[in-house]
Design a protein around this ligand. Structure first.
Ligand code: 5GP
Ligand code: ZN
Length: 114
């Protein structure tokens, strides 16, 4: 989609530190990491927010989590623990309106989140 930051990263128009990719998604390091490991797992399909998911996206969302599991292992945070987060809309602080799963790890993460 035009004027979408993450579509531009997917298309290679904007550089990113890619750590994983498959037919459905790509994953790259967050530019402003909130933890020692902070990866964004992004479907190739442009979906603005969690609110826009449709039943046909069910397998795609599952694949995002399977990618998260694999990346957590390769980043070395799987056993210690990590968090996956979708921020949806303003109250959750969503800033990029192309669905993305945050994977955070490498430190103790507080609960409840801010
Ligand atoms: P949101 O707040 O929408 O859930 O998360 C957006 C994330 O994208 C933020 O954590 C932010 O640091 C990250 N981000 C914003 N612009 C860029 C960029 O150009 N490159 C990368 N790698 N991450 C970005
Ligand atoms: Zn997009």
């Amino acid at each position: 989609m035009a004027d979408c930051l993450f579509c531009s990263i997917i298309e290679g128009k904007i550089p990113a530190q890619k750590v994983y990719e498959d037919d459905n998604c790509i994953a790259f390091r967050d530019i402003k990491p909130q933890a020692p490991t902070h990866i964004l797992i992004v479907p190739r399909k442009h979906i603005p927010t969690l609110n826009d998911l449709v039943p046909d996206d069910a397998a795609l969302v599952g694949r995002l989590f399977l990618a998260a599991k694999q990346i957590a292992a390769s980043e070395g945070v799987a056993e210690a623990g990590y968090r996956t987060v979708f921020n949806c809309n303003a109250a959750a602080g969503q800033a990029v309106f192309h669905l993305h799963l945050h994977l955070l790890g490498g430190r103790n993460l507080g609960w409840p989140p801010g």
